[in-house]
Design a protein around this ligand. Structure first.
Ligand SMILES: CC(C)(COP(=O)(O)OP(=O)(O)OC[C@H]1O[C@@H](n2cnc3c(N)ncnc32)[C@H](O)[C@@H]1OP(=O)(O)O)[C@@H](O)C(=O)NCCC(=O)NCCS
Length: 288
């Protein structure tokens, strides 16, 4: 679009991007925080559409081995329908291709879906958001304990099997205080939970503390135990997870959660060897 430059984001952009995302109705400062985390901690990329100094759009990309994610695609209402959404997505796709990802995934809103379809993305499933206004009081299930540094190797193996991708940089960045693991009776780690707020506390906080973080488990028993274990009675919470994870959805509904929204998972490139029934909670709707 004339007069608009698409360029990599710089540190000074993120404060202003919070306002841009709020006006675009895509998460506000939370989304700006996710983009900063992706660029500064995960070796990812963030792009802005700069109209003579005004930030009018953005996009982001992160590579987890063979799978790349695009998120944070937004354009201010008065700048829409001029090709900026397409160009911001295309620059992120190119960045991921150069980073060696054969598959690019994203969670699409209804507004974004036609833009992505024209760029070769196809629907690959749905994710649900389940929400509760007040978490229930639940006894910590047997076999769930605080995560330790020594659990990280098992966590990385579990995560790779569930997501079909290499999220080791992300998991190393966030593994620490508040993390949980579920063990089977023999002491084998079968699942893990990462709270939403990563270390160091506050600095790269990307969503409200009331939102629980990621939960991955090799079997439904471990996944459901972890979902119960992080409930904080009375606090509001929401969880995003693949629609295909029936056990996770059922457990959350039994805890009083209700489905509030559904988003479409889209993909460009070969289907990864992922097991959505093992994902009992995604970090967010940027990188899943
Ligand atoms: C989704 C979003 C980023 C699209 O941004 P955009 O800049 O309007 O995207 P584009 O201009 O590339 O495409 C939008 C439409 O404009 C049309 N268009 C593009 N250039 C055009 C032009 N020069 N003249 C007329 N129409 C044009 C496209 O064909 C497309 O049409 P369609 O979707 O109705 O079929 C924007 O609507 C948005 O920020 N929405 C809110 C946040 C959101 O949902 N983000 C997606 C997250 S997954």
């Amino acid at each position: 679009m004339g007069g608009v430059t698409i360029r990599p984001a710089v540190a000074g952009d993120y404060q202003r991007l919070g306002g841009m995302f709020a006006r675009a109705e895509l998460g506000g400062p939370t989304m700006a925080g996710q983009l900063a985390f992706v660029q500064q901690r995960l070796n990812g990329a963030a792009f802005v559409a700069d109209a003579g100094g005004e930030l009018v759009g953005a996009s982001g990309a992160v590579a987890f081995g063979a799978i790349g994610w695009i998120g944070g695609v937004a354009v201010l209402p008065e700048w829409r329908r001029g090709g900026l959404g397409r160009d911001l997505t295309a620059v992120a796709v190119r960045w991921l291709e150069n980073a060696g990802t054969g598959t690019v995934s994203l969670h699409a809103t209804a507004m974004g879906r036609p833009v992505y379809e024209r760029l070769g993305f196809a629907v690959a499933g749905r994710w649900l958001r389940l929400t509760t206004v007040a978490m229930a009081a639940v006894r910590t299930p047997d076999g769930v304990r605080a995560g330790r540094p020594a659990d990280l190797d098992a966590v990385l193996v579990l995560d790779r099997a569930a997501t079909g991708s290499d999220r080791s940089r992300l998991l190393r960045a966030v593994w620490g205080r508040g993390c949980l693991v579920a063990e089977d009776p023999s002491g084998l780690v079968r699942g893990f939970h990462v709270p939403k707020t990563p270390r160091p506390a506050g600095r790269h906080r990307w969503t409200p503390a009331s939102e629980p973080g990621a939960t991955v488990a090799a079997d439904a028993r471990a996944g459901v135990a972890l979902l119960a274990a992080w409930q904080r009675p009375g606090a509001a919470a929401s969880v995003v997870l693949p629609e295909a994870n029936m056990a996770g959805r059922g457990a959350l509904q039994a805890l009083g959660y209700r489905v509030t929204t559904a988003t479409v998972l889209m993909r460009r490139g070969p289907a990864p060897a992922c097991l959505p029934e093992r994902i009992f909670g995604g970090f967010n709707l940027f990188w899943g």
